[in-house]
Design a protein around this ligand. Structure first.
Ligand code: SF4
Length: 291
């Protein structure tokens, strides 16, 4: 871990990453790609030491409240967060200045901040997005080795739902010949229904590979699934978009299941929902305080 000072913290779209790099070890992680020009090892987390000061300045200056996003490039609940609490402190600032938040994680550590998320959501809006890739926890331990398993993520989603916090699932990536099965898609969508997820984002049944993440992914395939790398190379060459041969069939199944369970499954509609800032009517806030 090392500290750096940065010039700004919020992107044009009001997204932020308090850390750079990640230790969750997902074998397919796009954030490893060379195009992001990281000048340190991916696991050597860069901590933006002035991030919270910059965030407070930015929130104070904004004329209109909006949703603040986090988790696009680095999971905000990496193990280091337990010690540094940057994400927690950022949530407290978001609460203090009456903004909304849409965070994205794979970790059930998010539950540590349940009370803050509840308070934000009582008055404004807090949405937790969680990525799920496989219903098979044994496979999950291989492809996402340093973060909690899908079962634990499902339990966290249920707790969030029970506390009134809306949740969205990212169903990606789907790795050809590893998790691109009807059984997997069915089990994940079914679980989302059971734990009260509002909607599922899915960009196709496949993954993206480019310089930096491809090499790492292939090394991990060699370690855990001998022979699979050669199959990928034969079939997909150097393609950026690596689509499962079962893409069409699985997408049809995915949409049908979401319809059946009443889950949002239109990406545009879900992104519009995530970006929409909401302030709860005062009578609703008062009734929540009475509970
Ligand atoms: S949690 Fe996200 S950022 Fe971290 S390794 Fe996994 S895919 Fe990459």
């Amino acid at each position: 871990m090392h500290y750096v000072k940065v010039k700004g913290i919020l992107s044009q779209n009001n997204g932020m990453n308090l850390y750079r790099g990640c230790t969750h070890g997902c074998i397919y992680c796009d954030s490893r790609s060379a195009c992001y020009q990281m000048n340190h090892a991916f696991e050597d987390i860069e901590v933006k030491e002035n991030a919270l000061v910059l965030l407070e300045e930015a929130l104070r200056r904004k004329r209109k409240p909006c949703m603040i996003g986090t988790g696009a490039m680095t999971d905000p609940y990496i193990p280091l967060e337990t010690k540094l609490e940057f994400t927690r402190k950022a949530l407290l600032l978001i609460e203090k200045y009456h903004f909304g938040v849409a965070l994205q994680t794979k970790s059930d550590r998010v539950l540590r901040d349940l009370e803050i998320l509840r308070r934000i959501n009582d008055k404004m809006k807090a949405v937790v997005q969680m990525t799920l890739t496989t219903a098979d926890d044994a496979l999950c331990r291989i492809i996402e080795p340093n973060v909690c398993t899908t079962r634990k993520r499902g339990e966290a989603l249920a707790v969030l739902h029970d506390n009134g916090i809306p949740t969205i699932v990212w169903l990606c990536p789907i790795l050809p010949y590893l998790n691109d099965t009807s059984e997997n898609i069915t089990a994940i969508v079914q679980m989302c229904h059971e734990v009260g997820v509002k909607g599922i984002l899915c960009f196709g049944m496949g993954l993206t590979l480019r310089q930096g993440n491809r090499e790492y992914f292939y090394r991990m395939l060699d370690t855990h699934f001998p022979g699979l790398k050669e199959q990928y190379i034969r079939q997909f060459g150097n393609r950026y978009e690596v689509s499962s041969p079962r893409h069409a069939k699985l997408m049809k199944l995915f949409h049908e299941l979401c319809e059946k369970y009443g889950l949002l499954h239109d990406n545009q509609e879900i992104f519009a929902y995530l970006n929409r800032f909401e302030e709860k009517p005062l009578f609703q806030q008062l009734s929540l305080w009475d509970e």
